[in-house]
Write a protein that binds this ligand. Structure first.
Ligand SMILES: C[S@@+](CC[C@H](N)C(=O)[O-])C[C@H]1O[C@@H](n2cnc3c(N)ncnc32)[C@H](O)[C@@H]1O
Length: 462
């Protein structure tokens, strides 16, 4: 196999990445594969810049994608350090790197030598010196918000001005308008709230849905739907776009996450979601009922998930549907948490970068080494969510069934992706994958984490 990609293939991927309003994930994976392969062959980013089609590919990938391949990350990190010393790349490319670094919340390693160069650069920019490219290099290390000199580049670095300055400013305004519908008093809820105020999860950019191919809605129109623990809004927006006749309430502890979600809803022109701040545990005080309640990736962060689930039950109208998603076991995450504790790393940007450096240096056979394949490993807030969480429970299917029973529910249906379903059918041809928990448990005994990272289930009252 050739070490480099054909120009025709690269141009095809570039064209795919220029599409609007569609799922860019397949093209982004192809771009990342090509760039990692090219960087491995060339040993650095700079030689790629001599080929126009690769330059375009790199620029689009940096703007829309997330680096997940350690070799590509290492090359981008070295290139950024080089640019800090000599800003010798086209401004558009450096701008794209600054977008990328802002979107992953500056998760790349920064050496002490680099840190020492950032302040003098700020000093020169403050003194009215410095080129557009140097301003973009600065933005590849630090956000532009609060940098008075940045207004000078508002036009030439329009995209950076928008995402570094205007969007956070809009969120600050929206945040003030969030209605509080319940108190937050539980000690763990307060800890969890603090974490997500500092690090809203996830900091997503695109919905990655093809609007023309949204799944057909289910159920009669006009439903009232509660999304409990909506985070930064990806789930509510996806659901609200698919069911414009329904009304959604998206509840979360974190005003920062809600503000992010509200900005995204505003940008997408979605008007059928009401964002509210509150604690699931206090839902009875919200005094509203819903035809459907969904809660994804949330209950396992409560001190007592069964109490939270019972509270979701109080918000359910008679005959309403309830769907939850909670963590399965994960050997890689457990090993990551143990490593983080062993090294006493704090949940700060520096601690998270330090943790990532440790993981990237692990031998391939170490259980935590697999974390580099997790998307959440590759952005600061998400990495904090992955291995620095203030509270999390992990389930097996029987333990999940027990937790649900404590709250007065049973698992009515298991949802699984195409690959686990195919394995299930091969192993238990006569069993029903929707309802046969014993068969799923037996399969998990043979193929641990087959349903990872989360059990997705709908519940019925016992
Ligand atoms: C891991 S994030 C998941 C966000 C979103 N559901 C998703 O899947 O992208 C967990 C979210 O649950 C929220 N959360 C945790 N405990 C909560 C509680 N007791 N009441 C309301 N929201 C809660 C957090 O603030 C956070 O935004």
């Amino acid at each position: 196999m050739s070490d480099t990609a054909s120009p025709t293939l690269v141009r095809k991927v570039v064209l795919a990445l220029r599409q609007r309003d569609c799922d860019l994930r397949p093209a982004l994976s192809a771009a990342q594969r090509i760039l990692a392969q090219e960087v491995q062959a060339a040993g650095a980013i700079q030689p790629l810049l001599g080929r126009e089609e690769l330059r375009d590919l790199l620029e689009l990938f940096l703007i829309h994608g997330r680096t997940m391949k350690p070799a590509l990350e290492a090359a981008l990190t070295r290139w950024r350090a080089h640019l800090l010393a000599v800003a010798d790349a086209p401004a558009a490319l450096v701008t794209a790197l600054a977008v990328h670094c802002f979107n992953n919340e500056y998760v790349f390693t920064e050496s002490a030598a680099e840190t020492m160069l950032v302040d003098p650069l700020r000093g020169r920019l403050n003194a009215g010196e410095g080129t557009v490219t140097e301003a973009a290099v600065f933005a590849a290390y630090r956000p532009l918000a609060g940098e008075a000199w940045a207004t000078r580049f508002a036009e030439s670095l329009e995209v950076l001005h928008r995402i570094h300055i205007e969007e956070p400013a809009r969120e600050a305004v929206l945040r003030r308008s969030v209605a509080r519908v319940t108190p937050v008093a539980d000690a763990i809820s307060l800890d969890v709230q603090r974490q997500y105020e500092q690090n809203p999860y996830p900091r997503w950019q695109r919905l990655d849905v093809d609007r023309a191919r949204m799944p057909a809605r289910t159920g009669a129109p006009g439903r009232r739907v509660l999304i409990a623990g909506c985070g930064t809004g990806k789930q509510p927006l996806t659901m609200a776009l698919a069911a414009p006749e329904d009304s959604f309430w998206a509840l979360d502890l974190s005003a920062a996450s809600l503000a992010y979600a509200m900005r995204k809803a505003e940008e997408a022109g979605v008007g059928n979601i009401t964002f509210v701040q509150g604690d699931i545990l206090e839902l009875a005080k919200f005094d509203a009922t819903f035809d459907a309640v969904v809660s994804s990736g949330v209950l396992h962060h409560l001190d007592d998930p069964a109490r939270g689930l019972a509270a979701l039950g109080t918000a359910l109208a008679p005959g309403g549907s309830l769907k939850i998603e909670v963590y399965t076991q994960s050997v890689a995450v457990d090993a990551g948490i143990a490593l983080r504790r062993e090294h006493g790393l704090p949940p700060t940007p520096e601690g998270i970068r330090g943790f990532r450096e440790l993981v990237c240096a692990l031998p391939g056979g170490h259980p935590a080494a697999r974390l580099t394949a997790f998307e959440d490993f590759h952005a600061t807030s998400e990495c904090r969510d992955l291995v620095f969480h203030v509270k999390e429970h992990r389930y097996t299917l029987p333990r999940l069934a027990d937790m649900c029973a404590t709250a007065g529910f049973r698992i009515a249906r298991v949802y699984a992706g195409a690959a686990p379903l195919a394995r299930f059918a091969a192993r238990f041809p006569d069993a029903d994958p929707d309802t046969d928990l014993a068969a799923w448990s037996a399969l998990e005994g043979e193929e641990p984490e087959i349903l990872a990272p989360m059990y997705r289930v709908s519940l019925a009252r016992i």
